[in-house]
Design a binder for this molecule. Structure first.
Ligand code: AGP
Length: 605
């Protein structure tokens, strides 16, 4: 999705802005642009396409110490040079970059009148023209204009008449201030700030900030001052480095023994054979009072939620459902006092997940977050939660955060289980299972050569099926999602039991079927599904923790993960499917880290 970077300070702004844009690339974009106040004038360069196209348009470096930059992911208007941000008013006094959507753009254009010549098809351009019609103080002018806007925004504005100042504002789209030494930055995403500072302030909705090289102030829309505390982020810059790997996605897959360990660290309570999750803000009495759980998320976070639902329900015997956050909030959900709601999100900024969270809270429900991004909006608005501690995830396709979501759910299932009927002995065995998880992920990573061979063999398939049952189904869903996202091979996931109710019609010798076979009670039944596929000449790739010889007989390839307990074997199988998708995408020459049409963090509805 769109990204913003803004800089004012002692350095020349252009390299900082270009570096910021580079770091925002992973969010997905189709055009870029920068505006810098240079020799008392605003200079703007914009280009459709990737950042290198913008760079090639800059013949001579632009001087100046204050500027803004943007990566645009087209919504209103095609990805063209004209539609790229920043947008300026007719006199080129103001330049604006904007993330979000202005819903009343037609009404605002009517206010502006017929004399304005618009140079783009975007809704955002209207902000620059409205600003040009205001007199007076810079920040007040921005506030007055924003008061007229219906919609969402994260934005940054520069003003030729205030050459060291930038005004940024937030309503529904993230803006973070970065406090440097003799310099101030702002961005929509930590990744663009991490090289320059680890002191950051997250703006809340309805707040604006005026930033200058040595100072900043934050005000609300009613002009009152907001007191904001900076937070210190540790070791951020290193996490945005590819560390010598060919892709961020690969790095994030192979980092998983470590990142899963980070999710577990300090959270196993061996004395009481349970999990220690201090951030939940729930007492032991609250825990036993929970009658139902609803898990909400989008995409891979939803599939992680489905896996979590299965873990919690089987261990704690609490009814749990996982639902797409967007669908949940629009069906006027019934919110119950004795229900627990859990929102799962890597970025903590996904619009639909945030909207669902707010809908539940508005109706008096208690919401936990399972979130990766520290200080993100969802993390700040939930009533309690579990940070994944997986570190920043750069590649658009989620891998390490997804695995950490499952790991966090395993911890929560243990805690809820032990607050009910799970015995100390079973609690201890789950603790041992979780302790072994990082090592077992490392063992799965050693299967890479075999997985790459399978990927190469089936890379030209037009379609693939992923099937599993109960615990295996959410893993199949995520496996299909990963393959679609990065290799563009059409993939569908089904409960294995549903195969003969329809999809079997599509199985031929050309349709690889990836079968997820945890070593559990349903294993013989899933093996029967393999037989059904085999009988239609469908090639079967088995991902299993079982040593059943029947599996070897029926499958073209068997990818065997280490034997482990019921909570973690799906996690291990998920890692196999990540590598399968990765190698399929690489062998097809895809843009692994920035797949077409996708954005890292979906901050619009
Ligand atoms: C993951 O591979 C996807 N790109 C996507 O489905 C993602 O999981 C979804 O958009 C939710 O994002 P979040 O975890 O940041 O909320």
């Amino acid at each position: 999705m769109c990204g913003i970077i803004a800089y004012t300070g002692k350095q020349t702004a252009m390299p900082v802005l270009l570096d910021g844009l580079k770091r925002l690339e992973y969010r997905g974009y189709d055009s870029t642009g920068i505006s810098i106040i240079s020799r008392k004038r605003i200079k703007t360069v914009k280009a459709a396409g990737k950042l290198n196209v913008l760079e090639s348009k800059i013949d001579t470096p632009i001087t100046g110490h204050c500027g803004i930059g943007h990566t645009r992911w087209a919504t209103h208007g095609a990805p063209t040079d004209e539609n790229a941000h920043p947008h300026v008013d007719s006199a080129k006094r103001f330049a604006v970059v904007h993330n979000g959507i202005i819903e009343n753009v037609d009404a605002l254009k009517a206010i502006l009148g017929d004399d304005i010549t618009y140079t783009s098809e975007t809704d955002s351009e209207v902000i620059a023209h409205l600003l040009a019609q205001h007199e007076g103080d810079f920040i007040d002018a921005v506030r007055d204009v924003l008061a007229q806007i219906i919609g969402t925004y994260g934005l940054a504005v520069i003003d030729q008449q205030n050459p060291d100042q930038i005004v940024v504002a937030r309503n529904g789209s993230p803006v973070i201030l970065g406090i440097g030494d003799g310099e101030m930055l702002a961005a929509s995403d930590m990744s663009a700030l991490s090289r320059y500072t680890n002191q950051v302030i997250h703006l809340d909705d309805g707040e604006l900030a005026l930033i200058e090289p040595e100072s900043f102030k934050v005000v609300r829309m009613d002009a009152t001052l907001a007191h904001k505390e900076a937070i210190t982020l540790s070791n951020q810059a290193a996490n945005y480095d590819r560390g010598g790997h060919p892709h961020y996605l690969y790095k994030e897959i192979v980092d998983q023994p470590e990142t899963a360990q980070q999710t577990i660290n300090g959270r196993l309570d061996e004395r009481f054979s349970t999990a220690r999750l201090g951030g939940l803000n729930l007492s032991a009495r609250d825990l036993i009072g929970i009658k139902r759980i609803t898990i909400l998320g989008c995409g891979s976070a939803l599939y992680a939620g489905m896996a979590g639902a299965s873990m919690i329900e089987s261990l704690a015997r609490i009814p749990v459902v996982a639902e797409p956050a967007a669908e949940f909030r629009y069906r006027n959900p019934v919110i119950e006092q004795d229900s627990l709601y859990i929102v799962v999100s890597q970025s903590g900024e996904t619009f639909d997940s945030l909207a669902a969270l707010r809908e539940v809270q508005r109706k008096g429900g208690f919401v936990l977050g399972i979130v990766n991004s520290v200080g993100s909006t969802i993390a700040r608005e939930v009533d309690g939660g579990i940070y994944m501690h997986a570190g920043p995830e750069v590649s658009v396709a989620s891998t390490k955060a997804y695995t950490s979501m499952l790991t966090a759910f395993a911890l929560l299932a243990l805690l809820l289980g032990r607050s009910r009927d799970v015995s100390p002995q079973l609690g201890t065995s789950i603790i041992n299972e979780l302790k072994a998880l990082p090592e077992n992920i490392s063992k799965v990573l050693t299967l890479e050569t075999d997985i790459a061979k399978v990927a190469d063999r089936y890379k030209n398939s037009h379609s693939a099926f992923f099937i599993g049952r109960t615990n295996g189904l959410p893993i199949a869903l995520e496996g299909a999602q990963k393959l679609k996202e990065i290799s563009y091979i059409h993939a569908e996931a089904y409960p294995a039991s549903e195969l003969k109710h329809g999809p079997l019609a599509l199985v031929t010798e050309e349709t690889p079927c990836i079968v997820i076979l945890p070593d559990d009670d349903l294993l013989p039944k899933t093996i029967s599904s393999m037989e059904e596929i085999k009988a239609r000449s469908g090639p079967v790739i088995a991902v299993t923790s079982s040593d059943s010889k029947r599996i070897d007989k029926l499958a073209e390839a068997v990818l065997r993960v280490p034997a482990s307990g019921p909570l973690t074997q799906p996690i291990l199988m998920g890692v196999v499917l990540q590598l399968l998708a990765y190698h399929s995408a690489v062998s097809l020459g895809r843009d692994v880290d920035q797949p077409r049409n996708l954005a890292k963090s979906v901050t619009v509805e």
